[in-house]
Design a protein. Structure first.
Length: 358
């Protein structure tokens, strides 16, 4: 008897094939899903939330963005400085003595300005080192956000430029000329931000709170301020600290003659602006800025950057470049000029260096 064959009906064949396809689909779809997930993790979609438009990649800082935030920070700090002064609630107290024995003042304007400036800069650029004249109370942290907007004036003059975040140091002076601030000599008061890259000042912002004037500049970038059309090298007007005017005056007159004018003034920011073309009613004009004693770097970094961006110079009294790394202070005094023979000025004033360390 012949063996019986096994027959499948057409319906059974169809079911069998569908089951096989289902098994294959299940296996292969798992493989595709794994590949797709790997691709999505390794290659984020362009314009996705991982890369906000206009921001530098991780580990880098866009100097144009940092300039925009620095201008905003100086203005916001200035708002606090002005508000405290106009409210006449300074709460001034001595915070110590200078090397010359003068009392250093600390006011609510210093502290509140510092707080606003520091937290704005830190929230916008958390990977960047920030050095500030006043200590920040971390228990009273302020939450600040920056919307990445850049003023049109900066967009037109400055191109994006990325540098490693670890190479950047920001120096904040929340209230320059505190002594004058307590005396209500408002014209001398500024708020300042400086950005140094590998110790060299490249961005400077000097803001005058009581007139809302802001000067800014970026080395190899652009500026909203410029030098004056001419300077007097023969018998220059020399701007100096109000507290050290006598030390400079004697040597300056011996060097340049009795017609040399000495301008005592408060605030390093004000003195740098005196060298530039600044259309301000209460801004004096000078040809050279000289300081003969120890000075803190947050006092001079912004002015140094502005002068460098415009082709000027700020050095120690012996002509050495000032590095904005390491210690907070500059020991060698300073001489600043623009559109003048800076080296010749230094050679004419050799005796000033002797007083700079006293």
């Amino acid at each position: 008897m012949a063996p019986m064959g096994i027959r499948l009906s057409p319906l059974g064949m169809a079911v069998f094939c569908l089951l096989g396809l289902g098994v294959l689909y299940h296996l292969y779809s798992g493989f595709l899903a794994g590949r797709f997930a790997f691709f999505m993790l390794s290659e984020p979609a362009a314009g996705g939330p991982e890369s906000p438009r206009g921001s530098a990649p991780a580990g880098a800082v866009d100097l144009r963005e940092l300039l925009a935030v620095s201008v905003l920070a100086a203005a916001r700090g200035g708002e606090e400085v002005k508000r405290v002064r106009e409210g006449n609630v300074l709460n001034a107290k001595a915070k110590g003595k200078t090397r010359e024995g003068a009392e250093e003042q600390l006011t609510s304007g210093d502290l509140l300005s510092n707080r606003r400036m520091f937290y704005l800069l830190r929230s916008a650029f958390p990977a960047v080192q920030i050095n500030s004249e006043e200590r920040v109370d971390t228990t009273d942290e302020e939450t600040v956000s920056w919307d990445h907007s850049i003023p049109e004036e900066i967009k037109q003059k400055i191109q994006p430029k990325e540098v490693p975040a670890e190479s950047v140091t920001v120096w904040i002076d929340p209230l320059d000329a505190t002594q004058e601030y307590t005396e209500d000599l408002r014209q001398y008061v500024t708020t300042m931000v400086c950005v140094a890259v590998n110790g060299k000042p490249v961005i400077g912002v000097i803001h005058k709170p009581f007139s809302a004037y802001t000067a800014w500049a970026m080395v190899d970038g652009g500026s909203n301020v410029k030098p004056r059309s001419s300077y007097n090298e023969k018998t220059p007007k020399i701007i100096v600290s109000r507290s050290h005017a006598g030390k400079v005056e004697q040597v300056a007159r011996q060097t340049f003659g009795n017609k040399t004018v000495i301008i005592p003034a408060g605030g390093a920011g004000y003195k740098v602006l005196a060298l530039l073309d600044v259309a301000e009613k209460n801004q004096e004009e000078a040809d050279v800025y000289i300081h003969v004693t120890y000075i803190k770097k947050w006092d001079i970094c912004a002015g140094n950057a502005v002068l460098r961006a415009l082709g000027g110079h700020m050095t120690t009294l012996t002509g050495e470049e000032i590095s904005y790394t390491g210690s907070d202070g500059n020991e060698g005094g300073l001489i600043a000029s623009i559109n003048m023979n800076h080296k010749a000025l230094i050679e004419k004033l050799p005796n000033l260096e002797k007083t700079s360390h006293k």
